[in-house]
Design a protein around this ligand. Structure first.
Ligand code: SAM
Length: 411
């Protein structure tokens, strides 16, 4: 059962609601009940329902700050939709990218009309509207659709259509964006959190993956999906782009033909600087040579590069070599500055045998262990080596390479 917020998005944008939101946001008192009673005294004309709904908005804005940055403060929010919403920086990056790709495809249409199918609270819609295109938001949930329209109107021209994507007439649009819900209907939406189950596979998404592929035959389409989507489900003519933001691969983006420009792409969007996003595309670079000796740097590819399988392209781009035949890491003496990888300075090699390694780390604080693939569980590695972090001791970062070397590194 889905619980729709009792106050409409339009009422949450009334002059009283906006003043209340500013008042509640600025309040120093951390106790919510006292904040509400102060708001009642300051806004006697506001109904208890409105005060409580605005308080929920303030709570959600705090919760959404990492995802939405400053947009969290002026958007109308809703719990389950916020949890599924795109990060602001990623939405902005993708909207600009869609505009650039459409410009190649439709050079005579400066502001092509876009339809956002399954808009949620409209983070992507707002970013798309920012590019100057008229945007139509579509959602089966009337409250969300109205909220998305209202939120995206902060940036540009927006129309709304409430209903099922399957019934939506897409004929008047130059392109569509679709972000299938990965949760079945039945989310309990409230400021206290959701009780929801994630759909298990792409055919359980809403709309299901086969419906997304059918849509792509009707108009140029870009779809946001989970980074782990099986590649067997992607047509050969489409591009898969894995996107990192703030250290994590947050999504994959499928650019269906004619929007595709490569087969695989890894992109890193720096927090608050979406225009400075960096991308690496599959070029079919030859296998990176294995280094004869360790360079001054060990290079850790960003997660998106790993997802996209572009280690050889990264080695080519950075003029670096593979650390060992099976390694996912690279080495070089110097590399250009890039968000696509993290360069660690080699401090020294440590002994491999647990006893000698333990002795070498005596007196050191906590150790961050990094293996070929992931940051290894510190507890497990500490236990294997018998390392006991010394309180106040200098922390260490240690790379365990695929061919058994142990190397201390620093940023
Ligand atoms: C993942 S959310 C979209 C989030 C949005 N991109 C954002 O960043 O704010 C997916 C949305 O699709 C809507 N939806 C799911 N199935 C739908 C369908 N068949 N027709 C219309 N909307 C649908 C859900 O109500 C939900 O709001």
């Amino acid at each position: 059962m889905t619980r729709t917020p009792s106050v409409s998005p339009i009422d949450l944008r009334s002059a009283t609601a906006l003043a209340l939101r500013a008042h509640l946001t600025a309040a120093d008192d951390t106790d919510p009940l006292r904040r509400i009673s102060q708001a009642r005294a300051a806004f006697p004309e506001a109904s208890p329902d409105l005060i409580s709904a605005v308080m929920t908005q303030v709570t959600l804005a705090q919760r959404g700050a990492r995802r939405l940055g400053d947009w969290a403060d002026d958007m109308v929010l809703e719990t389950a939709a916020l949890e599924q919403a795109t990060r602001r920086d990623v939405a902005r990056y993708r909207a600009a990218e869609l505009r650039a790709r459409l410009a190649n495809y439709l050079p005579d249409t400066p502001h092509p009309a876009i339809v956002d199918l399954g808009c949620g609270i409209g983070v992507d819609a707002r970013a798309l509207a920012e590019t100057g295109s008229p945007v139509t938001v579509v959602d089966i949930d009337p409250w969300r659709c109205a909220a998305a329209a209202d939120n995206a109107r902060l940036a540009g021209t927006v129309h709304m259509w409430i209903g099922d994507i399957a019934d939506c007439d897409t004929s008047g649009f130059a392109a569509a964006f679709v972000d299938p819900a990965r949760r079945p209907p039945g989310d309990i939406r409230s400021a206290q959190g959701t009780r929801s189950v994630r759909a298990s596979g792409p055919e359980d998404w809403s709309p299901p993956w086969t419906a997304v592929r059918t849509l792509a035959q009707r108009l140029p389409l870009v779809a946001k999906v989970a980074p782990g989507i099986p590649l067997s489900l992607i047509p050969d003519s489409a591009e898969v782009e894995w996107i990192d933001h703030d250290g994590d691969t947050v999504e994959a983006c499928i650019w269906f033909a004619p929007l595709a420009t490569a087969r695989r792409r890894a992109t890193v969007v720096p927090p608050d600087r979406p225009r400075e996003a960096e991308s690496l595309v599959e070029t079919g670079a030859p296998p990176a040579p294995v280094a004869a000796q360790l360079g001054r740097l060990i290079i850790e590819p960003s997660p998106a590069v790993r997802h996209a399988g572009l280690l050889d392209e990264l080695a080519d781009y950075l003029d670096a070599q593979r650390l060992s035949p099976d390694s996912n890491w690279l080495t070089a003496d110097a590399v250009r500055a890039t968000g696509l990888a993290r360069a660690w300075h080699v401090v020294h090699e440590l002994p491999h045998a647990p006893k000698q390694l333990r002795a070498a780390l005596t007196g050191r604080g906590s150790v961050t262990w990094k293996t070929n693939d992931v940051t290894a569980s510190a507890g497990t590695q500490d236990a294997r080596v018998g390392h006991r972090p010394t309180s106040g001791g200098r922390p260490a970062t240690v790379v365990l390479t695929a061919d058994g070397r142990v190397i201390e590194v620093e940023p």
